[in-house]
Design a protein around this ligand. Structure first.
Ligand code: FES
Ligand SMILES: [Fe+2]
Length: 384
């Protein structure tokens, strides 16, 4: 009997649980191409996990806000008069128009449709011609609020009101990177893009060092060659590898004084799945906030954050140029990958040694833990 796409993915998750890394293989093509799988990931990952949506420096002042969707939910992040950042539903309590667009600074949030006005905490402050009535109390009307956390300057939101706090789950990775002081780094480059690939392929690409030397031969290879990559043990909610800086490069002096010599020479590539991937180095770091749009389209917010005040614009420009060139190479190969994985002749292949592709396996294991049990029930219900 032919297996459904979900059955083949579910079976791969089960097999992965029992495989050692020496037997690690890639996932079947359906994992990256099946719309049912994507619907499942939207519901069970992006609809309930902590999702990184950007940096705290994007909204520094009271009234500063930014808007985005988490899966298909319109959300806004806004800093109140009390300097607290709140995540609010960006949907009007009158008849459901989307209230704020883009980013900016406001005194009140005003719905464009009939001008209902909300304060910076989401409480209704005014609704033209609507007075108190038995079935509506304007004083208790407010925009739904979601859990929001700041961690090392990254802002996370979860749509799950019962999700446990994020920071304690990241204690392991935080201990590894504390000397980098990413909470002090400042955003100097930000871009919002849509890439024509599966969201997981982008996460995997950013999190493996195997391609650094071959694909980025004229760009990143000179900085972080594949042979200096080392895998580190994952936690439940993080994974990654250490990318050594080439010894032929001049040593960067721009990082925090807490950094050890080894830390100065190492970029910590880490992911907080499902959506955040960071290239964390002492002088400056890169990050991607990833969210799926379709099986072959991913929304990505890309940024560079810099430590200290000594950065001159030409230095920042050079870092941005290297980042953009590298990302363009990744973007091109990921379009190509998406096509190849759809081939009916594509089969799973062996993963390279853990120092090079171990984080991909960690990602599969995370997805297996998060999705495997429910997916196997769904797959057997669909298959019967
Ligand atoms: S829908 Fe927002 S004021 Fe009417
Ligand atoms: Fe890359």
């Amino acid at each position: 009997m032919a297996h459904s796409a979900l059955q083949s993915i579910s079976q791969a998750f089960v097999e992965n649980q029992h495989r050692s890394y020496g037997e690690a293989r890639s996932m079947p093509g359906a994992f990256y191409a099946d719309p049912q799988m994507l619907a499942f990931e939207k519901q069970h990952l992006f609809g309930s996990e902590w999702i990184c949506v950007g940096r705290v420096e994007e909204i520094p002042q009271p009234g500063d806000f930014m808007t985005f969707d988490i899966v298909d939910e319109p959300v806004l992040l806004i800093r109140g008069e009390d300097h607290q950042v709140r995540a609010l539903s960006n949907v009007c309590r009158h008849r459901g128009a989307i209230i704020a667009a883009g980013a900016g600074r406001v005194k009140n949030l005003i719905c464009p449709y009939h001008h209902w006005a909300y304060d910076l905490t989401g409480r209704l402050r005014g609704a033209p011609h609507i007075s108190e009535r038995d079935d509506f109390d304007p004083k208790s009307c407010r925009l739904p609020q979601f859990q929001c956390e700041e961690w090392l300057g990254f802002l996370f939101v979860t749509l799950d009101p019962d999700a446990p706090a994020l920071a304690p789950q990241l204690a392991g990775i935080e201990a590894m990177i504390k000397n980098y002081h990413m909470e002090e780094m400042k955003l100097r480059y930000l871009a919002n893009e849509v890439w024509e690939t599966n969201w997981k392929s982008l996460m995997e690409n950013f999190m493996e060092g195997y391609h650094l030397s071959p694909l980025h031969r004229t760009t990143l290879h000179k900085v972080n060659p594949t042979n200096l990559c080392r895998h580190f043990p994952p936690g439940d909610k993080y994974f990654g590898y250490l990318a050594g800086f080439s010894p032929s490069l001049p040593r960067s002096e721009n990082g925090h004084p807490d950094l050890t010599d080894e830390e100065v020479e190492t970029c910590v590539m880490y992911a907080i799945p499902p959506g955040l991937a960071v290239g964390g180095a002492g002088d400056y770091s890169s990050f991607l906030c990833i969210q799926p749009e379709a099986v072959d389209r991913v929304r990505v917010k890309l940024g560079l954050i810099f430590f200290g005040e000594t950065w001159q614009q030409p230095q920042v420009d050079r870092a941005v140029e290297l980042f953009q060139d590298t990302m363009q190479e990744d973007k091109d190969v990921l379009v190509n990958l998406q096509r190849g994985q759809n081939s009916r002749f594509h089969e799973v292949g062996p993963l390279a040694p853990a120092d090079f592709e171990g984080p991909i396996w960690d990602f599969y294991q995370y997805l297996g833990r998060m999705l495997g049990p429910t997916l196997s029930k769904l797959a057997s219900a669909n298959g019967s």
